[in-house]
Each structure stands twice: as structure tokens, then as C-alpha cells.
Design a protein around this ligand. Structure first.
Ligand code: PLP
Length: 455
């Protein structure tokens, strides 16, 4: 898996690598997807599995027909595939959801119902999915950042001390969707447990890129709750996962209520099913589960430690290339050897992030992401935007909102694609004024559709 040798094997793992897209000049080029943190293309193995499973598709947990029984068994077996994938405990419920956002919302409701209004420590680094669900249910506080934008473990400990045992949960991301920083989850888990709190990890940008081990219940480094999305691990079709102690879900009334989540119901009494069923009201997303388990199989075959090394090499190549371009500011340390997943955010002095993303798309068919990446507090802190400025943007729409441009890689990206990107970035940096003028329209459009690119 050398970075210098584009590996055709890895390339052929996913669908759509040869898709042609139109450029501003009317020509067509092979699309380059550097927006894998938003969503990944499907593994071909996933599409094959969906195709092969389709003749057997039937209702899950709702019938005595042969196919229905087969689907139900397959669906339940998939929980064990997921359990093994992240080494979850047998006492954990593996709940299938729609995505990470839904998973964390469900966890927040369950915890609020069982623990009262106590303190939840989130962090200044979080995606909004791991910030907003806690705000209206708990007293929330945020672990501060260090100067380089990492989580301050010192601040975490100070906050745990300050709240004197009232912190019910520390909820942090496994890896940032803005800087790519991987958090020291084991250390955070130890600290949280030491002060009587549980830990939830938002695994959306973590689980697809490296081996994750929830560790046994009796380990101080045990991860109590884990959430992740299948569509970020090469398995579209709308599945997410929430893992956590069955006991907690047993004690709380679920947010979504209806068929499939209950035993016998009268107008007087609801007999709830046991979790995970209790948390999966309505007809389950069988095809989403087929996709997820097929993706896990492929990731296991690839070995996530190798995936991590390969992607680490690729992003190192991007970082070195970008760092050498005049006017580029990288928004994470970027030193060789540091723990990070395969994404990096940056700015080019003198060009708006939104223009830069448009230029990359229109001039070379390169898809990147720009804006605040649904991590508004984090990005605004990295950019040193004051509370007054933020309030101005919230109440006025005469200025485009600041932000960054992000490149995020998948296992199938290669150095040839990165070279195309770096070459164009060099050119843009050199002829900034020309590009700023040519893509002036982007800023006017941005002002009109203010809320589109920021999440
Ligand atoms: N958490 C992180 C760190 C993310 O990057 C994302 C999405 O980009 C989410 C949560 C939300 O994931 P989803 O949109 O699949 O719910």
C-alpha cells in the first residue's frame, strides 16, 4: 500500500471512481472525490451484497414466511457482526438507527430519562450532532481547546473536579471532522470513570478509519456509548448505530414509539419490548443493515490498522504539499507521525472558502467541502471569530460567513489525484486575483442562500 503506487485494488473497491463530471469549460473529466468525511461512495462489495440479497428481501420481525424469517435472522445476526467489529460487551444493546445524529439524540433522551438534569461535558471540538442534543436536557459545559485546537485534557479534569460528581457523561468525538485530530479516548475514558461519569464517543469520523475497541465493562478505558454512521464507511442505504448499556435503554421510554417496539398494548398499558427492539419502532431498514455488514466485512478484510496507515500516508502527502504553497494556512498541526484521520482544513489568503471549493469543482472536477462543517463553535474558535461577530452574522445577511475548506480522503484516493489537486492549488494561489474575479458570482450566490454551505 505505498502512497507512490496508486493501488488499483483499492481503487476498484468502490463504485464511481471513473465517473466523468462537467467542468466550467464544458469539458468532462474523471471526478475526484475529496469529500469522504461527508459521505463515502459505496463499496462494490456492498452493492453486490444488496443485489444478491434482494430476492430474499422481506419484512423483518413481521411474518412467518420463509423470507421474512430469513431476514429477521440476518438482521439479528448483524448486531453480532457490529458487536464484534468494535468489541462491544454482551451487556450492550446494539441499536440500529438512521445515522450518528439520530443515535446521539436517542442516547440523550435515554440518559435524560434515567439520570435527571445533571451535567454533560461535551467539547468545543464537536460536530453539532454531539452538542445540540444535550443542550435542552442537561446542564452542558464544554471541554476547552489547547492553542493548537486539540482537546485540553487538563481542562477536562478541572471540569470533572469542579462539578463534584455531578457529571453524568463526557461526550466527545473520536476524531474531528474539521482538523482530523484523533482524541485520546482511552485517557478521556479513564478520567471520566475516575470521576464517576460515563463516556460517549461520536465515532462518525473514527470508526471508518482505524480499529475501535470499546473494551470490557471492567476496564477503566471502557467506552460506555458509541455512535456511528454506515454512510461514512462505504455503506449508504441509511443506517446508523448506537451502542450502550442495555440497562439504560431498559429503564427509559423510547423517543419513537409504535409497532415493533412493544409486547402487548392496551389503552391502559404499554408493555415495552426489550432493547434494542424497544428503540427500533417501525419496520427496520433491512437493506441498510445488509449494506453495513457487507462494508464491515470488507473493512475487516482490509484490516483497519492498514487502512489507517495508508490513509495517514495519503493525508501526509496532502499536508506537505499544501504547506509548501504560498498563502495557505493549515488548520491543524500537521506534523508527521501525529495521530490524525485523513482530512485537513485550510484557508487560502485572499480567497473565500466558498469560491475555492467552486474553483476546484469547476476547474478540475474536485469535490471538497467548505464552510463550518456543522462544527460552528469549533471552526469559529479556530478562526478566532468573536462572539460579537458571530452575533452579527446571525442577525445580518449582508456578509458571507467565514469558514474553511476541507479535503477528506477515503481508502481509494491516490497520489495522482492529490497531485492534480496540489497543482491546481498552486495555480490558484499564484493567480488568486484572476480566480477571485472569475468566481465573483459565488459570493453573491452565497449571500442569497446563506444557510446552505455552513453545515
Ligand atoms: N459527528 C461527526 C464528527 C461528523 O463528522 C458527522 C457528519 O459529518 C456527524 C457526527 C453526523 O453524522 P450523520 O450526518 O451521519 O448523522
Amino acid at each position: 500500500m505505498s502512497c507512490r503506487k496508486p493501488d488499483i485494488y483499492l481503487r476498484n473497491l468502490v463504485a464511481g471512481t471513473e465517473t466523468k463530471v462537467a467542468l466550467a469549460n464544458g469539458k468532462y473529466v474523471t471526478a475526484i472525490n475529496f469529500d469522504n468525511a461527508a459521505t463515502t461512495p459505496p463499496f462494490c462489495s456492498v452493492l453486490k451484497e444488496i443485489d444478491q440479497f434482494s430476492p430474499w428481501y422481506a419484512s423483518v420481525h413481521r411474518g412467518k414466511g420463509y423470507k421474512s424469517i430469513l431476514c429477521s435472522e440476518q438482521y439479528e445476526y448483524s448486531r453480532e457482526v457490529v458487536r464484534k467489529f468494535v468489541n462491544a460487551d454482551n451487556r450492550d444493546a446494539i441499536i440500529f438507527t438512521k445515522n450518528t445524529t439520530e443515535s446521539i439524540n436517542l442516547a440523550a433522551y435515554a440518559l435524560a430519562a434515567t439520570s435527571g438534569k445533571q451535567v454533560v461535558l461535551s467539547s468545543d471540538m464537536e460536530h453539532l450532532a454531539n452538542d445540540l442534543p444535550w443542550r435542552d436536557k442537561f446542564i452542558t459545559d464544554y471541554i476547552a481547546l489547547t492553542k493548537s485546537g486539540r482537546l485540553s485534557i487538563k481542562d477536562l479534569e478541572e471540569k470533572l473536579k469542579k462539578y463534584q460528581g455531578k457529571v453524568v457523561l463526557v461526550t466527545v468525538t473520536g476524531a474531528s471532522n474539521v482538523t482530523g485530530y484523533i482524541n485520546p479516548i482511552n485517557k478521556i475514558a479513564r478520567l471520566a470513570h475516575q470521576y464517576g461519569a460515563k463516556i460517549l464517543v461520536d465515532g462518525a469520523q473514527w470508526v471508518p478509519h482505524m480499529p475501535v475497541d470499546m473494551k470490557p465493562y471492567n476496564s477503566p478505558e471502557h467506552i460506555d456509548y458509541l455512535a456511528f454512521s454506515a454512510h461514512k464507511m462505504y455503506a449508504p442505504f441509511g443506517t446508523g448505530v448506537l451502542i450502550g448499556p442495555r440497562e439504560i435503554f431498559n429503564n427509559a421510554v423510547p423517543v419513537y414509539q409504535g409497532g415493533g417496539a412493544v409486547g402487548l398494548v392496551s389503552h391502559q398499558l404499554i408493555e415495552w419490548d426489550d432493547p434494542p427492539a424497544k428503540y427500533e419502532a417501525g419496520t427496520p431498514n433491512m437493506m441498510g443493515i445488509v449494506a453495513l455488514t457487507a462494508a464491515i466485512r470488507t473493512l475487516n478484510e482490509l484490516q483497519l490498522c492498514q487502512v489507517y496507515q495508508h490513509e495517514r500516508q495519503l493525508i501526509g502527502y496532502v499536508i506537505n504539499g499544501l504547506a509548501a504553497i504560498n498563502g495557505i494556512k493549515l488548520y491543524s498541526g500537521g506534523q508527521d507521525g501525529e495521530e490524525r484521520v485523513s482530512l485537513i482544513s485550510f484557508a487560502l489568503e485572499g480567497l473565500h472558502h466558498s469560491q475555492l471549493a467552486e474553483i476546484l469543482s469547476q476547474e478540475a472536477g474536485i469535490a471538497v467541502r467548505d464552510g463550518l462543517f456543522c462544527a460552528h463553535p469549533y471552526v469559529t474558535k479556530l478562526l478566532n471569530i468573536s462572539a460579537e461577530e458571530i452575533e452579527y452574522y446571525q442577525t445580518h445577511d449582508d456578509k458571507t460567513i467565514p469558514g474553511l475548506t476541507r479535503i477528506s480522503l477515503g481508502i481509494y484516493n491516490n497520489c495522482k489525484e492529490i497531485d492534480v489537486f496540489l497543482e491546481l492549488m498552486e495555480h490558484i494561489a499564484q493567480y488568486r486575483q484572476y480566480y477571485a474575479k472569475k468566481y465573483e458570482y459565488v459570493l453573491a450566490n452565497d449571500r442569497q442562500i446563506r444557510d446552505y454551505p455552513y453545515c
